[in-house]
Design a protein around this ligand. Structure first.
Ligand code: HEC
Ligand code: HEC
Length: 372
């Protein structure tokens, strides 16, 4: 499908004098594959357990932060700071991405380094020292102490609380975080948003990279987003940057003043793959500002201006990005279209665990006879 899109994109450029008129008049739905997301089947009891775990501070080493510290429901399960917080005593060197629709992806992280499943991503979040710094053996024992977990694990069919169960239950909960109720999906976009969709698919050709139900080709590209200097100037962020770069074997890491991006995967000797980042989905943008892997762009208007200039400056920038010469109206319409891709906030009880966690547990009277 994406091949078709790419070809079509070239065609539009080749006839750019005509393209505006064409884009405005043709119905494009048939030759692009943007559309509603499929519903995912979820196991209710496992997802409910995953929800309780997601909001539970006891899953971090010092019991001070949970997944929701960085992935906050109010902000579309992203974080409003440009650079994510880290485990206490650390910062992070990237923007915390939205988790809405993450279960619809096949490749995760801004550099696309995890391509297996959400079970692995969850393990990385839990055990990475600058994220939750949790020891898996300790985690299992902690969770076992809470009678409520003992009951929930059993009812969900996991037997007694275990690391494996935790790493299955959280992804099950993540499946429930699927967009719903956007004007785009419900076919009730304003006239401006509809015109913006034509610009998106036509003159601006955003659809070349942002396609499919989640508006992503799941590939890395260099768009020339400027570096966020807090990564190098703030020791809290920089130490996480170094820890990560050393672990991934990034060359010359102590002198490097840029995020290597997908280079950690492809390791090209000429470094032409430096600064490539995964195309993010475009749903729920109304809640997830600031944007890009390092939070360098604050508003959707600024994002559109960025692309209108042909992206940022980088010697290895994608050839696909060129100045777009959009009129003010086209820019506004494009922003309206992007806004129409956001749906309901997922902040109700269905998605957020709001019951208190016990501070102390009653000891089992017959503890000496319970196997664990
Ligand atoms: C201290 C902040 C922090 C905490 C706590 C945290 N995350 Fe993350 N999460 C991040 C950041 C930052 C990234 C992006 C990292 C990167 O690209 O290198 C991320 C990425 C992810 C992704 C990949 C999203 C995508 O679309 O690629 C998933 C899924 C995820 N986190 C789930 C979780 C879960 C589940 C937990 C709890 C077990 C959790 N996170 C805890 C900061 C955090
Ligand atoms: C060459 C492929 C490509 C094209 C064409 C493209 N994008 Fe992107 N887009 C990306 C990549 C890659 C990123 C992530 C860059 C980063 O994190 O540094 C991105 C990021 C974004 C973001 C930020 C999302 C977030 O959650 O942070 C928005 C919004 C966006 N693009 C909109 C658009 C619009 C509108 C157009 C058309 C004017 C467009 N893109 C054209 C590849 C592309």
């Amino acid at each position: 499908m994406s091949h078709k899109l790419i070809k079509r994109g070239r065609l539009m450029l080749a006839v750019s004098g005509l393209s505006l008129a064409m884009a405005a008049t043709t119905t494009l739905a048939a030759d692009t594959d943007i559309g509603p997301l499929p519903k995912l089947k979820t196991d209710i009891l496992k997802a409910e357990l995953g929800k309780r775990l997601f909001f539970d501070n006891r899953l971090s080493g010092d019991a001070a932060i949970s997944c929701s510290t960085c992935h906050q429901p109010e902000y579309g399960f992203a974080h409003p700071d440009a650079l994510s917080p880290g485990y206490p005593g650390n910062g992070h060197f990237r923007n915390a991405p939205t988790l809405i629709n993450s279960a619809h992806k096949g490749v995760w992280m801004h550099d696309g380094r995890l391509g297996t499943n959400l079970n692995d991503v969850t393990r990385e979040m839990l055990t990475e020292t600058y994220i939750m710094n949790m020891d898996m053996r300790l985690m299992q024992e902690r969770v076992k102490q809470d009678p409520e977990y003992v009951r929930m694990f059993k009812e969900a069919g996991f037997g007694e609380p275990s690391n494996g169960g935790i790493r299955n239950a959280i992804p099950e909960y993540l499946k429930t975080l699927t967009s719903r109720g956007s004007a785009f999906d419900e076919d009730r976009m304003s006239q401006a948003a509809k015109r913006g969709m034509d610009v998106f698919k036509g003159k601006a050709n955003c659809v070349e990279c942002h396609n499919g139900a989640n508006f992503s080709d799941n590939k890395p590209h260099n768009t020339g987003v400027p570096e966020n200097w807090d990564i190098f100037l703030n020791p809290m962020n920089h130490q996480a940057f170094l820890a990560y770069g050393l672990f991934m074997g990034v060359e010359n890491i102590y002198n490097l003043k840029r995020d290597a991006g997908a280079h950690v995967q492809t390791h090209k000797a000429d470094r032409s793959d430096m600064g490539k980042f995964m195309t993010p989905g475009l749903r729920e943008l109304n809640y997830t500002s600031p944007y890009m892997h390092n939070g360098m762009i604050k508003t959707l208007e600024d994002v559109v201006d960025f692309y209108n200039q042909g992206g940022g400056e980088d010697s290895h920038k994608s050839q696909k990005l060129k100045p777009l010469m959009l009129s003010d109206t086209e820019k506004k319409d494009l922003v309206e279209f992007l806004k129409a891709l956001s749906g309901e906030k997922l902040t109700g009880k269905e998605f957020v665990w709001d019951a208190p966690y016990p501070a102390e547990y009653e000891a089992y009277a017959n503890w000496r006879h319970i196997r664990n």
